[in-house]
Write a protein that binds this ligand. Structure first.
Ligand code: NAD
Ligand code: GDD
Length: 340
């Protein structure tokens, strides 16, 4: 039984990770600035500490002597609307970088066995993601750096921070670059949701016969990895000896309109897609349409060769599970609104 700390375990990936590690028989301590919205704490951990990890005193308390593994998932993050409008840039950079600075140092001070850091595909250069049908997100393409968001620049900085602690202080690190992870118990409304959850919510909210709004021309591409696969890939990486940053994502690339159509097909509702972009979008919302890169797909050769595992299920299977859960949330929120 390992003693494990999950930072950011009140969030989507951290909650699922806690659930898996606890079920595997480990002792799990979570710290997050907020409680988990969808999991009972007894399901995902043995101890839940509500605390702000930008405060070094909190970090000292949470990472004590004798911890085998720390999973650093805490970050100021969200989907396109949160990271591409530029509205949150200073907070994203300040909060996430401060957490990482505190955590990396404390892991050395407390002699933590192994540390996982969650980076993002958003650190890849924009110039390699201009062609929706042929993006390059190979790990070796990271430099010369040119991420298209401050969120991506912070991730790149923090990757380098953990790697520097590895070189100078022997910190035993594992670093993953996540490519759009989705699934139940993730953010599905409020402005931080990513496109898979947004598509499921928009479809679930419609009765049929209408249309759902999709930002941009819908031809921009992405790949999406289901949460259970992500957790499996993280644990396999942690159990490997591979210390360089590596992609964790799916190689099943789809356009955003294909993703939207998939959600519609799963619902079996009669709905059409309304693409909103440019001036039309600006007129409606008062800011530029948040699009991000034109194309992105995970490139899994490095993971495959060094850790030896493949994504096992198609996007559609995960989208079916996600649509079912989000439909339930939409229904619950309507019932709550009715009772109030
Ligand atoms: P999430 O927002 O659900 O979880 C992050 C958690 O960090 C939240 O619960 C939040 O409250 C917590 N947090 C933020 N600031 C904090 C602070 N000051 N003190 C304590 N806790 C704080 O996001 P997620 O999808 O679970 O992502 C986990 C990690 O993976 C993040 O670092 C994110 O940047 C990275 N990532 C996620 C994706 C994805 O598609 N989900 C893609 C790339 C990278
Ligand atoms: N969120 C959202 N909501 N996106 C939409 C919508 C909608 O209703 N309609 C269309 N889109 C488009 C966005 O404009 C963008 O072009 C594309 O769908 C993908 O958006 P997201 O899923 O929100 O984000 P992303 O893939 O650009 O970036 C996400 O993944 C990264 C890792 O790959 C973010 O979650 C990042 O934080 C993360 O690091």
């Amino acid at each position: 039984m390992k003693k494990i700390v999950i930072l950011g375990g009140g969030g989507f990936i951290g909650g699922h990770l806690g659930k898996r590690l606890k079920a595997d028989g480990h002792y799990v301590r979570i710290c997050d600035i907020k409680k988990h919205e969808y999991f009972e704490h007894s399901e995902i951990c043995d101890e839940f500490i509500v605390g702000d990890l930008t405060d070094p005193v909190v970090v000292k308390l949470v990472i004590e002597d004798g911890i085998d593994e720390v999973y650093q998932l805490a970050a100021d993050m969200g989907g396109a609307l949160y990271i591409f409008t530029g509205e949150h840039d200073a907070d994203v950079m300040h909060n996430s970088a401060t957490i990482n600075l505190n955590v990396a140092r404390e892991c050395v001070v407390k002699n933590v066995g192994k540390v996982f850091y969650s980076s993002s595909a958003c650190m890849y250069p924009e110039h390699n993601q201009l062609d929706p049908n042929n993006p390059n997100c190979e790990e070796s393409s990271a430099y010369p750096a040119n991420p298209d968001s401050e969120y991506g620049w912070e991730k790149l900085f923090s990757e380098r921070l953990f790697l520097a602690y590895n070189r100078n202080y022997n910190l035993n690190v594992r670093i993953a670059r996540f490519h759009n992870i989705f699934g139940p118990q993730g953010t599905w409304n409020g402005g931080k949701e990513k496109s898979p959850a947004a598509m499921c919510r928009k479809v679930a909210e419609e009765n049929g016969g209408g249309e759902i709004e999709v930002w941009g021309n819908g031809q921009q591409t992405r790949s999406f990895l289901y949460i259970d696969e992500c957790i499996e890939a993280v644990l396999r990486l942690m159990n490997s000896e591979f210390k360089e940053p590596v992609n964790i994502g799916s190689e099943e690339m789809v356009s955003i309109n294909e993703l939207a159509q998939m959600a519609i097909d799963i619902s079996q509702k009669e709905l059409s897609i309304k693409n909103l972009e440019g001036e039309e979008f600006y007129k409606k919302y008062g800011f530029k349409c948040p699009l991000g890169v034109k194309g992105r797909n995970s490139h899994n050769k490095l993971y495959r060769e060094n850790i030896g595992w493949e994504v096992s299920q198609p996007l559609r299977t995960g989208m079916e599970q996600t649509y079912t859960w989000i439909s339930e949330q939409v229904l619950k929120s309507k019932e709550t609104a009715f009772t109030i």
